[in-house]
Ligand binder design. Structure first.
Ligand SMILES: *Cc1c(COP(=O)(O)O)cnc(C)c1O
Length: 475
């Protein structure tokens, strides 16, 4: 496809007025005196160009998107409309009196999320899951600093998302990694061995990144608390448990939720997101400012938090994501429970259909996602998980998450979400089986995939080592 520069044909797409404003307030060295060099095409040509570009992308609107751990559910379009309402389009510096509607929405969202998580207080500020993790770890650190306990370590299971150790480290902790047991869960014995008085917290994901529920979470919580340590809940997998249990019941002290995953905002490619953090009463005084409060008459931004870790984001978070999350919660109401039910059902259906064709390293009932391995295909047919992922792209399917979690070699991590119908799941099963057969009978075809995408397999090593990010005409 040609770039818009190559399509430039001198047509004037827009007629500017002859009237020029006086710009004598700018000094002459700031004025451009060469031509801008923008492409010249008609409005229709420009529109076709961008439509053509957008058609090259894959998105949930085009096909199945089982990207494990990312919860690529259908994001209701009406939420976009609501987030774009003119009355929500207010400057963040307007005084509280003039922003009562927006503040009320934030307050109500806080309230709903506190009910869903079971926690006692919450900040809407962090702009992503990883940002929430760092905020949560800073809260834990501030807590121990304030009560005068020197605790420097954070325990993290080896199945954790890479952001967990990164966030704990950035908040100033040392990381202690512990192995999972043969059921893919936290190994209690291994935990006991590293549970020294200088441990501040454990960071857990439940269900964990294998899609397996940590059965011993209560025992782990008791162990940690009796050691004076806290528990952090990575809520990226919250789509599995809504209405059935919550992190408070499991014994956690700090929780982040990825609103853009569980509560529907189009994500991927960098945001915007919201990684709200909820805490128990004990940690309330450390939340970042501002929190959104209500004094019985008006809603207001509260900057008066005794031991606050301070601001973690300019103003107070990604407001449009908060609107979408609140709309999604209201839309589902008590049926939020069914969201999790369907997500878990869909994942178990796929797992059962596929486990005869790909190896299933942890053969346990799964929650909202599960992890296969392409080891057999790799060793017997010389076809890697990466090749299988690329082959899926030829069938209008986004590849699952691959090579994560790290504890499964050649991992293929599949999360169908609740949004998909049985027909879509059955199509995916047929495609996966077709690829497994091809690995045996015609591996060349899988190795050379994708065949139908606008860009074929890219040379990832060269792309990473010698990135070429500039447009050069004629290349
Ligand atoms: C997505 C995810 C994160 C990070 O969340 P972001 O919003 O992408 O920063 C952390 N942990 C797990 C398990 C995740 O899936």
């Amino acid at each position: 496809m040609k770039t818009i520069f190559e399509k430039s044909n001198g047509t004037n797409g827009i007629t500017l007025t002859e009237n020029t404003e006086s710009i004598d307030f700018l000094s002459s060295n700031l004025l451009r005196n060469n031509k801008v060099g923008l492409p010249q095409v008609s409005e229709l040509e420009a529109m076709r160009h961008y439509k053509e570009l957008s058609d090259l992308n894959f998105c949930i609107e085009k096909g199945f998107y089982p990207l494990g751990s990312c919860t690529m559910k259908y994001n209701p379009k009406v939420n976009e409309l609501l987030a774009g309402l003119e009355d929500f389009n207010i400057h963040p510096n307007v005084p509280d009196e003039k922003a009562q509607g927006a503040l009320k929405l934030m307050y109500k969202l806080q309230d709903a999320l506190l009910k869903i998580t079971g926690m006692d207080a919450l900040t809407l500020s962090p702009s992503a899951g990883a940002h929430g993790e760092m905020t949560g770890m800073m809260i834990i650190r501030k807590h121990f600093d304030t009560i005068g306990e020197k605790r420097t370590k954070v325990i993290i299971p080896d199945s954790a998302h890479g952001t967990n150790p990164a966030s704990a480290k950035m908040a100033g902790f040392d990381i202690v990694s512990i192995k999972s047991n043969d059921k893919g869960q936290v190994d209690i014995q291994a935990l006991k061995e590293v549970l020294t008085p200088d441990v501040a917290a454990i960071m857990m994901t439940n269900p964990n990144t294998l899609g397996i529920f940590e059965e011993n979470v209560k025992e782990i919580s008791e162990l940690m608390h009796s050691n004076g340590s806290l528990l952090y809940y990575d809520g990226a997998n919250f789509n599995a448990i809504m209405g059935y249990t919550n992190p408070k019941l499991m014994g956690f002290d700090v929780v982040h939720l990825n609103l853009h995953k569980t509560f529907s905002t189009p994500h991927g490619g960098g945001g915007p997101g919201a990684g709200v953090v909820a805490v128990t009463e004990q940690l309330k005084e450390y939340l970042p400012t501002p929190t959104i409060d209500f004094d019985g008459k008006k809603y207001y931004r509260n900057y008066d938090i005794k031991h606050s870790i301070g601001n973690v984001k300019d103003f107070f978070g990604n407001f449009s994501v908060l609107v979408k999350a609140y709309a999604y919660i209201l839309m589902n109401g008590k049926n939020l429970k069914h969201v999790s039910e369907d997500a878990v059902l869909n994942a178990n259906y796929l797992k059962e259909k596929l486990k005869g064709h790909y190896e299933l390293p942890y053969n346990e009932p799964c929650m909202h996602e599960f992890v296969l391995t392409g080891e057999k295909q790799k060793h017997e047919n010389g076809v890697s998980t990466l090749n299988i992922a690329k082959a899926l792209m030829d069938s209008n399917t986004h590849p699952p998450t691959v090579y994560f979690p790290l504890i499964v070699h050649e991992a293929i991590m599949i999360e169908p979400t609740e949004s998909e119908s049985k027909e879509v799941l059955d199509d995916f099963v047929s495609t996966m089986i077709k690829i497994a057969d091809e690995c045996k009978n015609n591996p060349e075809n899988v190795l050379s995939a994708p065949h139908t995408t606008p860009v074929r397999k890219i040379d990832e090593v060269t792309a990473a080592r010698h990135p070429d990010l500039n447009f050069k005409e004629g290349i």
